[in-house]
Design a protein around this ligand. Structure first.
Ligand code: HH2
Length: 260
């Protein structure tokens, strides 16, 4: 799943694809680079991000969804039911839902749904997130959401631990380390680690420097974690750097497909 953020403020590509033509060109590039799905978003969910008004979010994403849907499967990354419904009308067939609450829109329109775990909301989610058992709580929440969605009539349901969404560094590592627990639910799992803050810290520790490495210097960490996840049975990874990710994914898939 390749990412196109039609926003001024996304944490790693904010402002680069706010213009519709630039966003569409980037989506086409991601397809050429090997993306099976292009995820279009019009609202940043980075920690502390300002909410975006409905009209503005629609204005940002709809022309991009419509143009890309002719070439690739498009997912709509939103927390608003109105945006999800309008994007589906424009050609999106997957709702990438960081609020894990839009299952009824997916059911009404017969499209797929990604339920991502988030504790709190983006404005406050990084203010001392707490869990007594992060892996078990995230799994239980996602399984409950999936059961609710299935009962509502959603046929295609993905779950995502929501790396960085109301989680400390240690929570993120625990969720990745035990990603097999989510895989064991039998639901297809999607994971997004691409360029995220915990990688900035891990890569800084590797380099022996104090400050987190910048977002555009986290590729090796993004690839290492995508590869780790796929080798443990994750079905899809969400990535900004699609060509190297597709290469890494296909290399790691080869021996998995040929067990001895
Ligand atoms: N992460 C981000 C946004 N949407 N969706 C899913 N399913 N999983 C994720 O991990 C995920 C997501 C954050 O990344 P990005 O879109 O690049 O940044 P921003 O929220 O600042 O636009």
């Amino acid at each position: 799943m390749g990412v196109v953020n039609v926003t001024p403020d996304s944490f790693s590509d904010g402002g680069r694809y706010l213009d519709h033509d630039a966003a569409i060109a980037q989506g086409r590039r991601l397809v050429a680079d090997g993306a099976d799905v292009v995820d279009v978003g019009g609202e940043s969910t980075r920690p502390g991000a300002e909410p975006v008004a409905l009209d503005e979010e629609l204005r940002r994403v709809l022309p991009v969804v419509e143009a890309l849907a002719a070439h690739v499967r498009v997912s709509i990354d939103t927390r608003k039911p109105e945006v999800a419904a309008a994007a589906i009308a424009a050609g999106a067939t997957l709702v990438n839902d960081v609020s894990a609450s839009l299952h009824e829109v997916a059911a009404d329109h017969g499209v797929g749904w990604v339920a991502m775990h988030m504790q709190g909301d983006p404005a406050t989610m990084q203010d001392e997130p707490r869990y007594h058992d992060v892996v078990g709580q995230v799994r239980d929440h996602l399984v409950e959401r999936a059961e609710t969605a299935r009962a509502a009539g959603v046929g295609e349901i993905w779950i995502d631990p929501g790396i960085g969404f109301g989680k400390t560094h240690e929570h993120n590592l625990a969720l990745l380390g035990r990603i097999d627990v989510l895989v064991a639910t039998g639901l297809p799992v999607v994971v997004g680690t691409s360029r995220k803050g915990f990688l900035g810290r891990l890569l800084a520790a590797s380099d022996g420097v104090a400050d987190p490495v910048p977002t555009d210097d986290r590729l090796e960490g993004s690839l290492a974690t995508a590869t780790w996840a796929l080798a443990r049975g994750v079905a899809m990874v969400r990535a900004h750097d699609v060509r190297p990710t597709a290469q890494a994914v296909r290399v790691v898939a080869a021996p998995i497909a040929e067990p001895t």
